[in-house]
Structures are given as C-alpha cells and as structure tokens.
Design a protein around this ligand. Structure first.
Ligand code: MG
Length: 243
C-alpha cells in the first residue's frame, strides 16, 4: 500500500512538473503484486488461502466459550448445536476477514419468531449477524434473518425454505481504535445471503446489545463465535480468509 502511494504521488508530481503531459502509462503501476489465490472448484468451496474452520469432520478449530471443548455434535458432515451446551468460538483470533458459512434451520415445530432456528454469527465475538429461520416467520425486522442484530434490517429476505441449506458470505472490516481506545473507524460489514446482497457496507454503531444501545469498546483481534440460542441449527462448510 505504502509503495503504491509513493509511486502514485511520484507520478502525480512528475505529471505536474511536466505540464500535465500525461501518458496512459503515467497512471499504471505494477507492484506490489497481489498474491495468487486459486478459487474453489465449485461455488462456495474454499479458495487456496482460506483457513478451514469446519470441514465436516471435527471441532478441532473450536472451543467452548465456557469451560473446555466445544460440545456441539458432528454428524453427517454437519456440526449441530446441542441446545444449552453454550456458544463456541474459534481458537484463532481474527480482524478484517471474508467468511463463508452455511447453515440449516431445524424443523420449526411450534416455535415462532426469535425462537425458531435462532443462532448467530458473532464477528470478533461481539457483532452479530443473525441466524434465524426466515421461512414465513415474522419477527422484528432488525432481528430477522440477514439482519445485523438490533441495528440493521436486511435489504431483502433472501432465505429459501426451512430444511434447505442457506449460504452466508460475509465481508468484515474491523473497527479501528486510536489513542486511549477512541474509535477512529467503525466496523463495516457487507453480507450476501444465497447470492443476494442483504447488508451493503453497513457501518456498525457498536457491539450487539440485546437490551440497550450498541457501543464501542476498544479491542484487537478476537475469535469468531457461534451462538447457542437453544435450537439445533446445523452448520457446514465454514472457511475464512484474513484480509
Ligand atoms: Mg441470534
């Protein structure tokens, strides 16, 4: 980045000194060269530089947010919430990232609203992208599927049907804190659900608060957390890229 800025500045000065004698080449640069990243062979498959957080086999990348190991169940290539065993979080800590995660809501039974297939994807442990059954399941819109919980309703309900896998792709820019923990830049998030844009570079107002208002408190890299909200939501194919 720094080299690019220096190069561009140099070109601009050179351009000004030469009386705006621009050539097309004056505004082209060659380094730093972006790394080669090979995409997955099929849609949603991890690219070559992704960290695989769950490949269908085990919870080795995860731990309980309480005591000990993650207590969710792994079966048929899925990890399934065992209600009341608590949230789980990655052992690794993250900042800016691209996250791919797929989930499936359990059978609705008689549950409604926030009780139907509720879980959550907590970027840096404290900022929630809601996971909820969005199939004919009215609730407050800033708590529905695709919402930034209690902050931003989604641009669309892109959920398909209960029983079908739903695909989230999340692009996260961590908040930046300066001297004495003062917020310099808020967290920014873009969320795509099933290929449909549901959050368009939304600037978060702070952490996810169930009661009260969001606020920022300075932090660095933190784990990715998945919520246990008492229903057996299943997850698969989870990978993340550090940005
Ligand atoms: Mg939730």
């Amino acid at each position: 980045m720094k080299q690019t800025v220096i190069l561009l500045t140099g070109l601009l000065i050179a351009g000004a000194l030469s009386g705006q004698q621009w050539k097309p080449q004056s505004t082209e640069w060659y380094y730093p060269e972006p790394p080669v990243v090979k995409p997955g062979k099929t849609a949603g498959q991890a690219p070559s530089d992704a960290i695989i957080l769950f490949d269908g086999k085990d919870l080795s990348k995860w731990t309980s947010t309480g005591e000990g190991d993650a207590k969710w169940e792994v079966r048929n290539g899925e990890m399934v919430i065992v209600p009341k065993t608590g949230a789980i979080q990655t052992k690794e800590y993250f900042g800016d990232c691209q996250l791919h995660i797929e989930f499936k809501s359990p059978a609705p039974e008689n549950h409604r609203g926030q009780h139907r297939g509720n879980s959550g994807i907590f970027l840096q442990s404290i900022y929630e992208v809601q996971v909820l059954d969005g199939d004919n399941n009215p609730t407050y819109v800033n708590g529905m599927i695709g919402s930034i919980y209690k902050q931003s309703a989604p641009l669309a309900n892109a959920y398909t049907k209960n029983g079908e896998w739903q695909v989230y792709d999340i692009y996260w820019k961590a908040p930046v804190f300066g001297a004495e923990g003062k917020l310099e830049t808020p967290a920014m998030i873009t969320v795509v659900l099933n290929g449909i844009l549901v959050q368009n570079n939304y600037a978060l107002k702070g952490h996810t608060a169930y009661t009260g208002l969001p606020e920022y408190k300075a932090h660095g890299r933190l784990p990715l957390m998945l919520q246990d909200h008492g229903t057996a939501v299943a997850f698969r194919n989870i990978w993340i890229r550090n940005l």
